[in-house]
Write a protein that binds this ligand. Structure first.
Ligand SMILES: [Zn+2]
Length: 80
């Protein structure tokens, strides 16, 4: 009887160890970066990858240029 209990205990320990090894490791904590919204399309991008102009952020150079062109043309309307 004690042999059976000892065998059961060893089997249980082996199963427990195997299950622990199979458990996937938790994903490493990703470095968090502030997210900002593009002033043109509102897509959220990491601040480090955004193109910033004063207080506005842009997802790409194209949107930066598009917004600045609009700004220039809007200003142009008010200048004589
Ligand atoms: Zn954009």
């Amino acid at each position: 009887m004690t042999k059976f209990l000892l065998f059961a205990l060893i089997a249980w320990l082996i199963i427990k160890l195997l299950k622990r090894q199979q458990r996937p490791n938790p994903p490493p904590a990703e470095k968090t970066d502030d997210m900002v919204a593009c002033a043109v399309c509102a897509v959220h991008i990491p601040k480090s990858e955004a193109i910033s102009s004063q207080t506005l952020f842009y997802c790409s150079e194209a949107h930066f240029l598009a917004r600045n062109k609009q700004g220039e043309s809007a200003l142009g309307k008010f200048t004589p």
